[in-house]
Design a protein around this ligand. Structure first.
Ligand SMILES: [Zn+2]
Length: 75
């Protein structure tokens, strides 16, 4: 049986390398509104402060936030 993996985002890498343009439209609030670049960066800083080096793209229930990312799901 194969495994599938979620894409993940390198939080520190995005904060270091992305310009405001890259942030636009990538992150949404819980209610679906798009975050502004400033809101998105603030959100990522919160993740780092929780020790989250990577965050999942999409819903993932088997995720290592400290850096490994998605640990895989039975396909
Ligand atoms: Zn996953």
């Amino acid at each position: 049986m194969g495994k599938s993996y979620h894409m993940c985002l390198d939080v520190r890498g995005a904060l270091t390398n992305w310009s405001d343009r890259n942030f636009r439209g990538v992150f949404t609030h819980d209610d679906g509104r798009k975050m502004t670049p400033a809101e998105a960066k603030s959100n990522l800083l919160d993740e780092l402060s929780k020790g989250h080096e990577v965050i999942p793209c999409g819903k993932c229930d088997n995720f290592d936030f400290s850096g490994e990312g998605c640990l895989g799901h039975d396909a």
